[in-house]
Design a binder for this molecule. Structure first.
Ligand SMILES: NC(=O)c1ccc[n+]([C@@H]2O[C@H](COP(=O)([O-])OP(=O)(O)OC[C@H]3O[C@@H](n4cnc5c(N)ncnc54)[C@H](OP(=O)(O)O)[C@@H]3O)[C@@H](O)[C@H]2O)c1
Length: 283
């Protein structure tokens, strides 16, 4: 069984856990599923693209014959589909020990010209679905006296970002919510960890770019591989760490950001947005 050792610092054992990963059809979520597959008893993979989830299910069960892998096609922006997912878990008596709230998306460009539907989707997936799924699953974790929640946020959540306003604000919500939840759940045996990565090569930038624009990847030297992001995070969860910022440069950068007055961060964000707008004009 999935157990927490009851030391001063609660260590999380991922062996034989039952995990649910949202956004498992690509990028970071798919890598979480791959790295958990050798350790977990069962996985529930959630996203919209059934064909990607089915391929991943086949890959994981071929490699780990004793592993049970379910997949559910769910649009997390649709509350009714989220409710159906929770009912399906109940009907099938699947108790989740580890919830990886990973699904997310962004929109790169000025807020004034943004698509309201896309803004709604960002808020619905990045904030509402993460909150609702956590709310649905924690009572049973508390009842059992153990469980773990991993909320995938972003370093973007530490600062206002002109040209990425709704996304950065949605991740600021995830950061604040996760820290408060961790404090609330401290005596229950349920652990909460927040992952705040910088840029990683996944489909994220392609999804976030506006029609006709090129994806923005940022400088290569601050990128961390998706494999390292996930392995560092699983190690950090096992050490009961509250916050994970993969990569030394991102760690240093975010430490500086957190010491910098908001007025300076805002000014830097404004200058960077102006520079990006200039680059757009040149394209
Ligand atoms: N890549 C980066 O640079 C970076 C940096 C910091 C933080 N992050 C965060 O990391 C998380 C994962 O991003 P990623 O880089 O792996 O991006 P990705 O490759 O684009 O993957 C995003 C995942 O979210 C799922 N998703 C999006 N909208 C959904 C919806 N409405 N319903 C259900 N699933 C949905 C996608 O599945 P379907 O399309 O199949 O539904 C996909 O599996 C996000 O929360 C992102 O904000 C990424």
């Amino acid at each position: 069984m999935f157990r927490f050792a009851q030391h001063d610092k609660r260590a999380i054992k991922l062996e034989n856990c039952s995990a649910l990963v949202t956004g498992a059809s690509a990028g970071i979520g798919r890598e979480f599923a791959r790295q958990l597959a050798g350790r977990a008893n069962s996985l529930v993979l959630v996203a919209r693209r059934a064909e990607c989830l089915e391929l991943l299910q086949t890959e994981l069960t071929n490699r780990n014959p004793r592993l049970t892998v379910h997949y559910r096609t769910v649009d997390l922006a649709e509350p009714s589909q989220l409710e159906s997912l929770v009912s399906w878990l109940d009907q099938n008596k699947i108790n989740i020990d580890l919830l990886v709230n990973n699904a997310g998306l962004g929109d790169l460009g000025p807020f004034a010209t943004s698509d309201p539907g896309r803004n709604h989707q960002i808020m619905a997936v990045n904030m509402v679905a993460l909150t609702s799924l956590t709310h649905a699953l924690i009572p049973k974790m508390i009842g059992r006296g153990h469980g773990a929640i991993l909320n995938v946020s972003a370093s973007a959540g530490f600062l206002p970002i002109a040209g990425f306003a709704v996304y950065a604000a949605s991740k600021a919500y995830v950061n604040s919510f996760s820290q408060a939840l961790r404090a609330e759940l401290r005596s229950t045996g349920v652990s909460v960890t927040t992952l705040c990565p910088g840029p990683i090569h996944t489909e994220f930038q392609e999804v976030a770019k506006r029609p006709g624009n090129q994806p923005e990847h940022g400088p290569e030297f601050i990128h961390v591989s998706v494999e390292k992001v996930v392995s560092d995070t699983l190690t950090a969860m096992e050490a009961d760490r509250a916050l994970v910022i993969p990569g030394l440069l991102m760690k240093i950068g975010m430490a500086l950001v957190r010491l910098t007055p908001l007025s300076i961060l805002r000014r830097a964000s404004q200058l960077s947005a102006k520079r990006n707008a200039g680059t757009e004009t040149l394209r």
